[in-house]
Design a protein around this ligand. Structure first.
Ligand code: WTA
Length: 681
């Protein structure tokens, strides 16, 4: 199941640590930060100890409003699919919108910043959000007949209509599946088919790097792909970037496509009662990449997920209603779901959304936004930090903003980049949390508690309350705590934010995340089901975890997970290609990017056209984020005697590393030939 052997994991970690991950000094949070923080009580870790599991999580669920409280905190009868707060009735839209009206109806819920700097911001107060969510929910149920339990695919950019759409679905109990706007129509279509959505909600266009991109064309491709896979799309609802004109040239298909702004007037003033749903009913699907080609629809439930997103937003993100909180992720990823929409809005916070590229039109844009809106909590990924640092290392000093708190998420951050974030962006004052988690986990697994723990550059920190990790070796033996030795990270216990299953594929769910260390597949005891995130990690003496990266065939490009198998099967769509192998290569800004090795069918000659065809196919079938750094056309792939392509050898070549022992390969000579081609000497 794991491509990386124990030996590989150790090699990577040992090397990384020796080269540039030396022990870092601890930095204390400031007294000013501690004085205002939501969580300063160290006893929280005792309250959330394993002895108090699972009832400790009542503390999190109590942050929400329930129509009916639950009878059972954790139901393990379908292990390892966990059901939280069973018997409880709840609605996520009510919790993120309606319940704030009494106190905050006139307060900003969402502040939207368009990319063109001359366009005005849009501010949705909680009252305005309430009105829009209700009207759109009324439209959805009336026009498309969507009802509780149906799935809908949403392929939209970063516009305020996106959270409105999600919350309208949540109000009705319709399960939303948001697909990242940058994904191709084809990738969206596959997800439509997998989720069985008969409605697609999209947008005509949006701005990126100064260009108004046509997005509606992707909807037409998506419908075509879904159709090919047997899923008919009956309705395509198209929001418009500008109410009165089209940002897309794609024609509207009669009877299928509708402009939302033309339908909405019929629903003015309409109100839709939030549906009272069982806590464990699904709230959304979020597709992510895995070891095989097919993306996995991670299914998150309402009560557990929302409780966990709200609590971690409150205690780790330290969000208060009066803060101005800006998470620069895209809502099309889990970070945006948990920490732009559901977590912050459940707390009555003000969440800033930005449409475009952080360096457009120049390296000061992000800091101008922060200054203008007086943002005090800032949340982004190492890739963006590296990019902003490169584009304007001294830029933050020119702007008068004041961050109290900053987050980094999605990939390991190098200590040097962390220090720039701390000293230059945070002006030496803001606390930093390095949050380690995944699509599957719904919320944070490891992070410092910002007012309790000191920070350590390059380490995510200890586990957050209620999460109990361990590090195991390949055979499942525990690596002693604090040993500073690399191994397989596992979490011993379930927690409310955790996903419930892979949509339509329970077997794959069990196999991927639990089977390896489970000794009794029939067990209903959670202790028998350690959760395996798929990352290698090590724990330092002080209990801080350092995440070393994926152990499966997933490349983390700029914090986005891409499956190598997905990329490889895309390559094989180019006629000339016989075999393809995709490996991660280090990149100064994006952390890792794919390098592609291909061999050709007999009768084809290597050419630039073939390389271009590969790049084009990847962009069309997945999206521009998957664009490779290089396409290498090689005479043959290094293979084992049983014919398996040795990705590890190719990865070493791409990264200028020693290829190690290759004597057991079927064709060791090819390695030197490929190496010379790639490294040029
Ligand atoms: C990686 C993103 C190091 C890890 C929230 C994980 C990290 C994958 C960190 C999940 C971090 C995430 N330090 N690595 N702070 N956060 N990762 O599902 O490999 O898009 O398994 O969720 O990103 O990516 P995903």
């Amino acid at each position: 199941m794991f491509a990386m052997s124990k030996q590989d994991a150790e090699q990577v970690s040992e090397a990384e640590i020796a080269v540039h991950w030396g022990e870092e000094k601890l930095i204390q949070p400031s007294p000013e930060f501690i004085a205002q923080a939501n969580m300063t009580d160290e006893k929280i870790f005792e309250r959330f100890s394993l002895e108090n599991f699972p009832d400790c999580f009542k503390e999190y669920a109590d942050l929400l409003d329930w129509y009916k409280t639950w009878d059972l905190t954790l139901d393990t009868s379908e292990a390892p699919s966990w059901k939280w707060f069973v018997g409880g009735l709840i609605n996520a839209s009510y919790n993120c919108v309606d319940r704030h009206l009494a106190q905050y109806k006139n307060k900003a819920a969402i502040i939207w910043v368009p990319e063109p700097e001359e366009e005005s911001h849009i501010v949705l107060t909680y009252q305005e959000l309430y009105v829009r969510v209700n009207e759109f929910a009324a439209l959805l149920s009336d026009k498309t007949g969507l009802k509780t339990g149906d799935r809908v695919t949403i392929h939209m950019p970063m516009v305020p209509e996106l959270p409105v759409t999600m919350l309208a679905c949540a109000r009705l109990g319709v399960i939303h599946s948001v697909v990242f706007g940058g994904f191709s129509g084809n990738a969206c279509g596959e997800r439509i088919a997998d989720s069985g959505s008969r409605v697609l909600i999209t947008m005509d266009g949006y701005y990126r790097s100064g260009k108004l991109l046509d997005h509606k064309v992707k909807a037409d491709e998506a419908v075509k792909t879904a159709n090919k896979e047997g899923q008919e799309v009956e309705h395509v609802l198209v929001w418009r970037r500008y109410g009165d004109r089209n940002a897309s040239e794609a024609p509207m298909v009669k009877g299928r496509d509708h402009f939302v702004d033309e339908l909405l007037p019929a629903y003015r003033g309409k109100r839709v009662e939030p549906v009272q749903l069982p806590a464990e009913a699904p709230l959304f699907l979020m597709y992510t990449s895995g070891t095989t080609g097919r993306p996995k629809g991670c299914q998150h439930g309402i009560g557990g997920y929302l409780a966990y997103a709200a609590a971690t937003s409150k205690y780790v993100q330290d969000i208060h209603p009066e803060d101005v909180y800006w998470c620069m992720a895209d809502i099309g990823w889990i970070t945006g779901h948990s920490y732009i929409v559901y977590g912050p809005l459940a707390l009555g916070a003000t969440s800033v959304m930005y449409e475009g590229v952080p360096t457009f039109p120049d390296a000061g844009r992000a800091w101008r936004i922060a200054e203008q809106l007086d943002v005090n909590i800032f949340h982004t990924a190492p890739t963006t930090i590296r990019m902003l640092r490169k584009a304007g290392p001294d830029e933050p000093a020119k702007y008068n903003y004041n961050f109290k708190h900053m987050t980094t998420v999605g990939e390991p951050i190098e200590p040097a980049v962390w220090r720039w974030y701390h000293e230059v962006v945070g002006k030496g004052k803001a606390v930093i949390v390095d949050t380690y988690w995944q699509t599957e986990t719904g919320g944070f697994l490891c992070s410092t508690m910002p007012a309790i723990h000191p920070m350590k550059a390059g380490s995510a920190g200890p586990a957050v309350p209620g999460i109990h990790p361990k590090i195991l070796d390949e055979d499942g033996n525990e690596i002693p705590r604090g040993a500073n030795k690399a191994g397989i990270l596992i979490i011993q216990n379930p927690w409310p934010g955790q996903f419930q299953t892979i949509w339509g594929d329970q077997e794959r769910y069990v196999e991927t995340y639990y089977a390896k260390f489970n000794k009794d597949p029939k067990s209903k005891d959670w202790r028998d089901w350690p959760y395996i995130p798929g990352d290698a990690a090590m724990e330092a003496e002080d209990g801080y975890f350092r995440i070393l990266g994926r152990m499966d065939d997933v490349i983390n490009v700029a914090g986005h997970r891409l499956g190598t198998k997905e990329l490889e099967s895309a390559c094989l769509m180019v006629d000339a290609i016989a075999e393809a192998s995709v490996v991660p290569v280090n990149d100064e800004i994006k952390g890792k990017v794919p390098d592609i090795y291909i061999s050709l069918k007999p009768g084809f000659e290597a050419s630039d056209e073939i390389k271009l065809a590969v790049v084009k196919t990847i962009e069309e079938s997945i999206g521009k984020i998957a664009r490779p750094k290089n396409v290498w056309i090689v005479p043959d792939m290094p293979k084992t005697r049983s014919g398996k392509i040795m990705r590890r050898v190719l990865a070493s070549i791409s990264n200028n590393q020693d290829v190690g022992d290759i004597t057991t390969l079927a064709n060791p000579d090819i390695v030197e030939e490929v190496r010379r081609m790639v490294q040029g000497k």
